[in-house]
Design a binder for this molecule. Structure first.
Ligand code: SAM
Ligand code: DTB
Ligand code: SF4
Length: 317
């Protein structure tokens, strides 16, 4: 199987639309050709700065543009962050992701603080990933020097649909940050959300943009929209699992080496549904009772799920 960065939209659409069982089989075969079967990496999120964000992402409960149940809070203290990181590792996570509700980091005391914390979490033995919004090249280099492993910055959807979801920044801004991250030698984590009212072509378009980056992102989080009251997408209907299964399998086939992460929206999904996602090629989940602001299966629930399916938590890289 060749690694390609010249995917045509029609080719990806054809994969996405192929008969479901054929698609799952191809996703599963690709998964097994590039990754150990039955191993899934557990990640854990820490929202170190929650709410009050200046951006207007229509899905996001942390945007200051919408009235939601999220209270804006100040930066978490170092002690609490390290405690939560250790709790994540004890729960089986090998990757800890720090998130801030920022458009972009401002240089200064808070960014310096986070750089120090990144080093300390790495010293606990975790792969550290961060998602702080748009970065300059200089900020990306400073994160790399601080010991950061990967940087998350989602494309979220297609270039065409982007402005229906966010108007305070552009798709090009997103790509520029991914380029800065890559240039600094950090691993790129980038994915998106399904269930926002996008078309199949929008899903395919996003996968095309990701799969035609060279190298591919090493990590691709795929989120089911969690509709939040007060946001413009608060009334969206949940998608059937089949949409996620198709999305995962297609991502797996076009980006065989990437970690495909079944991210937001697992809570309330049946073990059967999640099993199909793993079969289709997902090899990572986010575990822990909270994502950033929304509830999520806790470590114990996921331990039971893994036992049921015979899945082993993946070691850190
Ligand atoms: N502020 C930074 C940014 O936007 O890049 C980082 C944090 S932001 C909350 C990270 C990602 O969370 C978004 O790109 C989006 O994919 C996901 N997300 C946010 N709200 C969500 C929701 N209600 N349902 C599913 N995914 C969501
Ligand atoms: C990603 O793609 N999804 C995660 C992580 N990367 C930062 C965040 C999901 C957030 C879900 C909504 C919430 O908890 O507020
Ligand atoms: Fe802010 Fe990120 Fe939420 Fe957008 S997704 S409103 S940038 S925290």
């Amino acid at each position: 199987m060749k690694i390609r960065s010249d995917w045509k939209k029609e080719e990806i659409r054809e994969i996405y639309d192929s008969p479901l069982l054929e698609l799952i089989y191809r996703g599963a075969s690709t998964h097994r050709a590039f990754h150990p079967a039955n191993q899934v990496q557990i990640c854990n999120l820490i929202s170190v700065k929650t709410g009050g964000c200046s951006e207007n992402c229509k899905y996001c409960p942390q945007s200051a543009h919408y009235k939601t149940d999220v209270q804006a809070s100040s930066m978490m203290k170092e002690e609490e962050i390290l405690e939560l990181a250790q709790k994540g590792l004890d729960g089986g996570a090998t990757r800890i992701c720090l998130a801030t509700a920022w458009r972009s980091p401002r240089d200064g005391a808070q960014f310096d603080f986070l750089l120090r914390v990144i080093g300390k979490i790495r010293d606990l033995g975790a792969e550290v990933c961060c998602t702080f919004g748009m970065l300059t090249e200089r900020q990306a280099i400073r994160l790399k020097e601080a010991g950061l492993y990967a940087y998350n910055h989602n494309l979220d959807t297609s270039r065409e649909f982007y402005s229906s979801i966010i108007t305070t920044r552009t798709y090009e801004d997103r790509i520029r940050t991914l380029d800065a991250v890559q240039k600094a030698g950090l691993l790129v984590c980038s994915g998106g959300i399904i269930g926002m009212g996008e078309s199949i072509d929008d899903r395919v378009g996003m996968l095309q943009t990701l799969a035609n980056r060279s190298p591919h992102p090493t990590s691709v989080p795929l989120n089911f929209l969690m509709p939040v009251k007060g946001t413009p997408l608060g009334e969206q209907k949940p998608l059937p699992v089949w949409d996620m299964v198709r999305m995962i399998a297609t991502a797996r086939i076009v980006m065989p080496q990437a970690m495909i992460r079944l991210t937001a929206g697992r809570l309330g999904r049946l073990a059967e549904e999640q099993a199909l996602c793993f079969l289709a090629g997902a090899n990572s989940i986010f575990s822990g009772e909270k994502l950033l602001t929304r509830p999520n299966p806790d470590f114990q629930a996921d331990e039971l799920l893994f036992d049921l399916l015979g899945i082993i938590p993946m070691e850190a890289k």
